[in-house]
Write a protein that binds this ligand. Structure first.
Ligand SMILES: Nc1nc2c(ncn2[C@@H]2O[C@H](COP(=O)(O)OP(=O)(O)OP(=O)(O)O)[C@@H](O)[C@H]2O)c(=O)[nH]1
Ligand SMILES: [Mg+2]
Length: 289
């Protein structure tokens, strides 16, 4: 299989997005970069380093409820070794999102805060901006720390929107509009992982290949989960397993052949909805070279 691809699939203008992001980043002291806890390397934008320059960053591994706890811990240690502070959160379930974010930002900015305080500044407010690839949880994080749904203000053309800041705590504020980064992938595996977790549209890569990648991974790493969910015996054969799932779930067409479209959709939905249980699709030991 060809494993190098060069898909320039992301809609919109990357140059414009990059320029806008650079402008917004000037307004903040640090960046909160959200990545998907299930795929902490694939859910990045390789240009982020270039865009944020030397601004400090906090990595938030979102959807931690959908990833394996032990793996997530290893990822946090991995990032620490790389010099980055990372925290894992379930942005819709955890009650301490604001506190965790605030404390982490303060610890990252400690040196700067201490310096300002030494110069006599009484109240220091850290300004941060949330960035991340589509669907990773940017709006959820912002809504969660603001403890209310932020009304979407009508973006009228030609009218400059005033910047709004959301208080996370007395010392930390977030810019209310997050920066959207496009994911980028040159190898198919990264593309499949982005598809499986719902970060890219389903039509970017062939559905059959996404499912074959997913089932192959599940057979190798989580056979028990397939057995339990679909009440089937699972061999090492990808195609046989897909057929068994289809039969078990009644994905059969009128002419009694397998309805692949339906079984693919069913499998993808189950995976994204966490119906098989938490799965870390990217593991530290497999991905660090
Ligand atoms: N289970 C789980 N779901 C989450 C978590 N964070 C976000 N979600 C869900 O993921 C989906 C996408 O979240 P959003 O906050 O809209 O993502 P976004 O980054 O703002 O997406 P775009 O605006 O499209 O770029 C929503 O259905 C959220 O409910 C999490 O920590 N755990
Ligand atoms: Mg959003």
């Amino acid at each position: 299989m060809e494993n190098k691809v060069n898909i320039n699939w992301y809609p919109g203008h990357m140059t414009k997005a990059k320029r806008e992001m650079r402008e917004k980043i000037k307004l903040v002291d640090m960046v909160i970069e959200i990545r998907d806890a299930r795929i902490p390397l694939s859910s990045i934008n390789p240009l982020l380093d270039e865009i944020i320059g030397s601004k400090p960053r906090l990595i938030v591994l979102s959807k931690a409820d959908k990833a394996e706890k032990e793996e997530t811990k290893k990822w946090i240690d991995y990032f620490k070794e790389c010099g980055h502070k990372a925290v894992a959160l379930n942005l819709i379930g955890d009650r301490n999102v604001a506190k965790t974010i605030s404390n982490s930002c303060l610890s990252i900015m400690k040196e700067k805060i201490d310096k300002l305080k030494a110069r006599g500044l009484k109240r220091v407010e850290i300004k941060a901006m949330v960035v991340g690839i589509p669907n990773v949880g940017k709006s959820t994080l912002i809504n969660s720390v603001s403890r209310r749904k932020i009304a979407k203000t009508a973006d009228k053309p030609g009218v400059t929107r005033t910047l709004a800041w959301i208080k996370v705590s007395n010392e930390v504020a977030l810019l209310d509009t997050p920066g959207v980064l496009w994911p980028k992938f040159e190898d198919l595996k990264t593309g499949y992982m982005l598809a499986v977790t719902g970060a890219i549209r389903d039509d970017v890569l062939p559905m059959q290949s996404i499912i074959e990648f997913a089932v192959d991974f599940l057979i190798k790493n989580h056979k028990d989960k397939l057995v339990k969910r679909y009440e089937i015996e699972v061999s090492d054969n990808i195609f046989e397993t897909i057929d068994k799932i289809a039969i078990s779930r009644g994905c059969i067409q009128q002419d009694e052949t397998i309805d692949y479209k339906r079984v693919y959709a069913l499998l993808l939905k189950d995976i994204r909805d966490n119906q098989l249980g938490p799965i870390s699709w990217e593991k530290t030991d497999a991905d660090i070279e």
